[in-house]
Design a protein around this ligand. Structure first.
Ligand SMILES: Cc1ncc(C[n+]2csc(CCOP(=O)(O)OP(=O)(O)O)c2C)c(N)n1
Ligand code: SF4
Ligand SMILES: [Mg+2]
Length: 363
């Protein structure tokens, strides 16, 4: 007789944490210390760049998932920089997949565990099965295989770590590279002064709208507990789940190494990366409303990849951010509405913008 497949349930972390809250001048708790697990299935000793956003995301996802986890990684920085001959930073089973087949490989792993458990050939409960694919893989070369796995509802968590470029092969443009983001394939010049002229693909909304039975969420490395809780919710969901995580790439985006987490918050506070959850039971989106709303220049000017932007390019990004604020049900403050006018801007490199308190660190 077939054995029952027992599923695990990972508890969510307290949003309040155990430390005393101390707000900074923008109302953010800078001493937030939640009860996160001590274990790190993604250990130190890998070879990603200092300040690598995807490495932070890998660490927090696996911290949230724990030891009873199986991970797949399609080709990209997080395969190449994490695995050298006979050496990886994982304390859990990990496998590399070709860049196009992260979804189909993971679907096979999920179906395989179900079958082994039913036949009594795998003793434990159903493990946490995760694939973490770059944006080039998840939104472009491997999109079909992930969409297929979501559609067939395999019980696994499919993650896109989004550094907005094909980083590993030399920072080339990908479908999620933002408008005006300079890459080695979208240099700015006389013919195309903004560098990249197309808007980015809205991958997470595509996944939620296209696979309405799946749990889908967006998050960033600026919100560690949100990232870890959404990882756990995705794993607890019985069926397929997709998480889109914004992960700055220090090398490709050209910013101070210590600013990765800050940039992960600012992109949300600038209205350029809405953080939300799609609940398949209710078929509804739940949007995070950040307490701070900033002009897009506060985000753009921290990064060298936008340094060439002209006033009209900045204004068009502010228009996009203001639409995002409206889409998530927030008012657009007058200052941000004024930013839709190119006459209100200078070239980006001449704009004044706010820097975080620790601006000197790593400078
Ligand atoms: C079918 C195929 N095309 C191209 C490549 C070359 N390639 C290796 S890594 C990579 C970049 C992947 O980008 P992304 O998925 O965004 O991950 P990142 O490197 O940014 O972490 C590319 C294009 C490949 N391995 N396979
Ligand atoms: S190039 Fe970017 S994504 Fe790749 S290891 Fe360096 S910081 Fe990380
Ligand atoms: Mg990438």
């Amino acid at each position: 007789m077939a054995k029952e497949v027992i599923r695990q349930h990972l508890p969510l972390m307290e949003e309040e944490g155990r430390a005393a809250a101390t707000d900074d001048d923008t109302g953010r708790d800078r001493h937030y210390l939640p009860d996160v697990p001590d274990e790190d299935p993604y250990q130190a000793g890998h070879r990603t760049c200092a300040g690598c956003g995807p490495a932070i995301e890998y660490r927090w996802v696996l911290k949230a998932a724990g030891q009873d986890t199986v991970v797949a990684g399609p080709t990209g920085c997080m395969y190449v920089a994490n695995s050298t001959y006979l050496c990886t930073p994982y304390t859990v089973p990990w496998a590399h997949t070709p860049i196009a087949s992260g979804g189909s490989f993971t679907a096979g792993v999920a179906a395989g565990y179900e079958a082994l458990i039913r036949k009594g050939r795998h003793p434990g409960p159903y493990p946490n099965i995760i694939v973490m694919a770059g944006d080039g893989s998840a939104s472009d070369i491997g999109l079909g295989s992930i969409s297929g796995a979501l559609y067939r509802n395999h019980d696994a968590l499919f993650i896109c770590y989004d550094n907005e470029c094909y980083a590993n092969t030399g920072i080339q443009v990908s479908p999620t590279t933002p408008y005006a983001g300079m890459t080695t394939f979208t240099p700015f010049g006389k013919a195309i002064p903004e560098g990249k002229s197309l808007p980015p693909k809205n991958l997470a909304k595509m996944m939620a709208e296209g696979h309405p039975h799946c749990y889908v969420a967006t998050t960033t490395v600026g919100y560690p507990v949100d990232l870890m809780n959404k990882t756990r919710k995705g794993l607890n969901h019985h069926g397929a789940a997709f998480m889109h995580c914004f992960t700055p790439c220090q090398k490709g985006w050209v910013y101070q190494t210590s600013m990765t987490v800050e940039i992960g918050r600012r992109v949300v506070e600038a209205g350029l990366f809405p953080v939300w959850e799609y609940d398949p039971a209710e078929r509804k989106y739940h949007y995070f409303h950040p307490p701070v709303q900033r002009p897009v220049t506060d985000y753009l000017a921290m990064q060298g990849r936008f340094g060439h932007m002209l006033p009209e390019h900045i204004a068009s990004i502010q228009i996009q951010a203001n639409r995002n604020w409206e889409d998530i049900g927030m008012d657009v403050p007058a200052e941000l509405r004024e930013g839709e006018d190119p006459a209100k801007h200078l070239r980006l490199r001449e704009e004044t913008y706010s820097m975080p308190l620790n601006r000197g660190v790593g400078g």
